[in-house]
Design a protein around this ligand. Structure first.
Ligand code: CMC
Length: 369
């Protein structure tokens, strides 16, 4: 029986953080004192990640060290290859990646509690390789062992996925997306990571748990829902009638609405700008802009007062299309970016840890005394 009691921890503050500031009513997103949008437009993945992990942008020698450690962590080790080869091909991509990450714990004492910075870099580095390897396994194509591990993070990821060096424009677009998707306060997956970490479990397990939350359609699974929506709409003329029918049937429009943002998600704003400036306008982008306008009108009509606006996933989907990312890679790509936020939160949680242990409100009957 559905109860209208305490649901979704809305408005509950469950942790103090220095990592990000999310202001939902004003549409502001700040990573450690820097506007996320500025970081996305003017900095690299490595610089933004260092900022979140360490609290300030890296100097030249720190950036070099960060790049070297990422390059080292990208190598597909024999153990990892054996692990991925053993996962049956019908296991969904995200489940396989999640299992591989959780099982990558080297098992040394040093890899348990407290979590360490080098583990954050290692997990961040290995994710693109794991995703690309699994993608090639599923697609029946050959693993491009020639992907230069010294490249920038976004460039390496695209090279490993598609088997050829990425264009400058695609690298910049993906770099910007990955920075904007890196961190976002106590969203469901980050909360899951902090909860697991608070039990003094290892970082690999906490990231694995976060990935389980990430794959759900109401969180990281939404961008593929946006493409399904845009494909269903097909042309500008169909935007209004198709979405009207969906709302009449009680369906949700993917890429709209947010628990925190009650105005336009600033990440959607930035992604729209980046995609438009760097990738140029294409069919998808044009359709996306038209669909967004129609959706906002219809949501105001069908869901008055709910303040439903465009969220990050909407333009993320258009951006993914512009770098030719197949749908099955949308959520894994979001994951490859958000892992920075998860690991930064896990490190932060360990600095002042207390196990998460809320209570539930029992609604059932009691036995007679
Ligand atoms: N389309 C239609 N109606 C919606 C939508 C939507 N996208 N989002 C919320 N509503 C309605 C919902 O039906 C409800 O209506 P009513 O009051 O009549 O029951 C009302 O708005 C409030 O919805 P809620 O589910 O209580 O809101 P929430 O804060 O729990 O959910 C959300 C937030 C993101 C899960 C939700 O807006 C949604 O399902 N959006 C579509 C999926 C999506 O785009 N997800 C990506 C989120 S951004 C990624 C991230 O930062 O994690």
């Amino acid at each position: 029986m559905k109860q209208a009691g305490v649901t979704g921890l809305e408005g509950v503050i469950a942790a103090d953080t220095f990592l990000s500031y999310v202001n939902g009513s004003e549409g502001k997103l700040v990573y450690r004192g820097h506007w996320a949008k500025e970081l996305a437009l003017h900095h690299s993945f490595e610089e933004a990640a260092w900022l979140l992990w360490k609290g300030r942008l890296p100097d030249a020698s720190e950036l070099k060290a960060c790049r070297e450690q990422l390059a080292e962590g990208r190598r597909l080790t024999p153990a990892l290859k054996t692990l991925l080869d053993a996962i049956p091909s019908q296991v969904p991509l995200m489940s396989a990646v999640m299992s591989a990450v959780a099982a990558s714990n080297p098992g040394e004492e040093s890899s348990a509690w407290p979590p360490r910075f080098h583990e954050a870099i290692r997990i961040t580095a290995m994710l693109p390789t794991i995703i690309a390897y699994r993608y090639h396994q599923i697609s029946g194509t050959h693993w491009p062992v020639q992907a230069d591990e010294q490249q920038e993070h976004a460039a390496y990821y695209l090279h490993a996925l598609f088997g050829h060096p990425a264009s400058e424009a695609h690298t910049r677009v993906l770099n910007a997306y990955m920075i904007l998707a890196m961190e976002h306060g106590l969203n469901a997956s980050t909360f899951a990571a902090r909860v697991v970490s608070s039990t003094e479990s290892d970082m690999y397990s906490a990231v694995g748990a976060a990935m389980g939350a990430m794959k759900g359609p109401l969180h990281g699974g939404a961008p593929s829902g946006v493409i399904t929506l845009l494909e269903k709409i097909g042309s500008k003329e169909q935007a209004e009638p198709v979405m009207r029918e969906m709302l009449e049937n009680g369906e949700r429009l993917m890429g709209f609405g947010h628990r925190i943002y009650k105005t336009r998600d600033p990440r959607a704003e930035a992604l729209r700008e980046v995609t438009q400036a760097l990738a140029g306008e294409d069919k998808w982008f044009d359709l996306a802009i038209h669909t967004e306008q129609a959706a906002i009108r219809l949501l105001a009509e069908y869901k008055p007062g709910r303040q439903l606006f465009t969220n990050v996933e909407f333009y993320a989907a258009a951006l993914m299309r512009s770098v030719h990312m197949p749908i099955m890679l949308f959520t894994p790509t979001f994951t490859a970016a958000r892992v920075v936020g998860w690991t930064a939160h896990i490190l932060e949680q360990s600095e002042n840890n207390r196990i998460f242990r809320p209570q539930s409100n029992y609604l059932g009957s009691l036995p007679s005394e």
